[in-house]
Design a protein around this ligand. Structure first.
Ligand code: NI
Length: 256
């Protein structure tokens, strides 16, 4: 299979420290056509930008993740905006959003404030947002409904009804390894019901490797397993799933 477009990776992660160059040098020979590598704070955003400049097929998203709000320094958002304005390979604002799962995360109002300010940047620059929503479905939905950026709900974990509301508003739904998991009832229902032109594939690597690699380090080449599962659910050829979602990714990120 070929034409894999991974719309959510973290190739700056230390899980890739040992063999990053070797892995990224080989991904295209394993069917990978494009990757969006996402920052989680300013330092990580710079690292991903470096990778995007080094490899033709890699693009990057720049932003501050809700679990990393403590890393934010005064002026970071100005720098983020400047990078997004001036760097051609920086094509999205992310990873941003709300995470109410971890108790040690910043208070909800602080998370919401940073989420909103980063959405504002995306809207000003006419760029998409890469949205993380963990146990914060209602607040995430309300903010996106009100502010209406272009965006994807990455590693979507909500119910299919809300997924359909999102796609009606023009948002994309990102699906990855979770759909292959044994307990993936919700993810399977989402894949069954959303319009294919709003589906994006992703890894969230190094995390969430698809079955039969669950628990191992994930990378973009394993997306073929996600395409096989989605093909099974939708009664389609997996290569067709990859082709359609790659086109969706290019349109979404405005890249060729
Ligand atoms: Ni992520």
């Amino acid at each position: 299979m070929n034409n894999i477009f991974d719309t959510h990776a973290h190739y700056d992660d230390e899980a890739f420290s040992e063999d990053r160059e070797e892995l990224l040098g080989l991904l295209q020979t394993k069917g990978v056509a494009g990757v969006l590598s996402c920052g989680i704070n300013l330092v990580s955003s710079y690292e991903n930008l470096k990778l995007a400049k080094q490899y033709d097929y890699i693009y990057c998203a720049i932003g501050i993740h809700p679990e990393n709000i403590a890393d934010e320094r005064k002026g970071d958002l100005d720098l983020i905006k400047e990078l997004l304005k001036t760097e051609p390979k920086a094509v999205a604002v992310g990873e941003i959003g709300l995470d109410y799962y971890w108790e040690e995360n910043a208070p909800r109002d602080v998370q919401i404030d940073l989420f909103r300010r980063q959405i504002e940047i995306a809207k000003e620059l006419d760029l998409p947002v890469i949205v993380h929503d963990r146990d914060a479905h209602e607040d995430t939905f309300n903010i996106l409904k009100e502010m209406r950026p272009k965006g994807v709900l990455h590693c979507y974990s909500g119910e299919k009804e809300q997924a359909l509301q999102y796609t009606k508003m023009g948002f994309y739904i990102g699906m990855g390894g979770v759909v292959t998991f044994k307990n993936a009832r919700k993810a399977v229902e989402v894949v069954e019901s959303i319009p294919l032109d709003k589906l994006l594939l992703e890894t969230d690597c190094p995390y969430l490797a698809p079955v039969p690699h669950r628990g191992e380090r994930n990378d973009s080449s394993l997306i073929y397993l996600v395409a096989e599962k989605i093909g099974e659910i939708r009664g389609m050829d997996p290569q067709e799933v990859l082709d359609i979602t790659a086109e969706n990714a290019k349109a979404f990120l405005n890249v060729k």
